[in-house]
Unconditional design. Structure first.
Length: 276
């Protein structure tokens, strides 16, 4: 059983909702990435998506675009993600998925990429621009090296498409909450809920997780009513950007703030202590 499958099984047995958090590798700088991964891990992330910076992240809104551009300015490469995961693995068994785009993986070499990712301790891959119809490009190599491959569905996906994605995906099915970019505000909560209820009926082979547009604990709880968990990226990127660019706090205080931010996304703000 993979780390990712084991995590979902344990959470299901406990009746808990999974939280996945996204961080761009090399953001806000290469020296901070591993520490930030440990901070969001300590804050309760059940799995982590490590973004592989790319010059044309077509599914991403401005926060993740900025983080990707910033990482590339620091000279971060695709291969650097393997070193980061290997370092993270020294202290944690929390599942890590690499998220990025198929062109850099294809140029690296699909077989070589999957082999290196697995050797570093990566658990799965999310490639938003790789449709399941083209999954043969990577599925065999990923399976050979024990990597899950996550595919995406959207509100305009037909029932047949959702079922086909479920059949092809391993790890989980990623339900994009809107036909838009990461970080966009959710428009029409009732429509999103109806779509997620439909997806819940159709996705039977994998856990179903929802992402895009989740900005708070309340958003996460509402949207995950019909799913097995939720994924947050842009608001975490914004918080890291704020802490690194707009404060002069010591590193450990910044990391502690990120840990608290992650914990609040999952559990809500702590109740104020009673006075009197």
């Amino acid at each position: 059983m993979s780390r990712l499958t084991d995590t979902f099984t344990t959470l299901q047995q406990r009746g808990e909702t999974a939280m996945g958090l996204f961080l761009t590798n090399g953001f806000p700088n290469p020296e901070s990435t591993v520490d930030l991964l440990h901070a969001i891990d300590a804050g309760g992330a059940d799995f982590i998506e490590l973004g592989m910076p790319f010059s044309d992240p077509l599914a991403e809104g401005l926060p993740i675009q900025r983080s990707s551009a910033r990482a590339l300015q620091h000279g971060v490469t695709l291969a650097d993600a393997f070193a980061v995961v290997r370092k993270f693995r020294e202290r944690s068994e929390t599942p890590v998925l690499l998220m990025g785009y198929i062109n850099p993986v294809y140029r690296f070499g699909v077989e070589a990429f999957c082999e290196a990712a697995a050797a570093a301790g990566v658990d799965g891959l999310i490639l938003p621009d790789l449709p399941p119809d083209e999954g043969a490009l990577i599925d065999d190599a990923a399976q050979a090296h024990g990597l899950d491959v996550v595919y995406l569905i959207a509100p305009n996906s037909t029932d047949e498409r959702i079922q086909a994605v479920d059949e092809r995906a391993t790890g989980f099915v990623y339900a994009v909450s809107m036909t838009g970019l990461t970080g966009s505000a959710i428009d029409g909560v009732d429509r999103v809920s109806a779509y997620l209820q439909r997806a819940r009926r159709l996705v039977t082979e994998n856990p179903l997780l929802v992402g895009f547009g989740i900005r708070s604990h309340e958003d996460a709880q509402h949207l995950s009513t019909h799913t097995d968990g939720f994924i947050v990226g842009s608001v975490l990127i914004n918080e890291v950007e704020r802490l690194w660019d707009e404060t002069d706090l010591p590193l450990q205080e910044r990391l502690q703030a990120v840990e608290v931010f992650a914990r609040t996304l999952k559990h809500g703000a702590p109740a104020a202590e009673a006075t009197g």
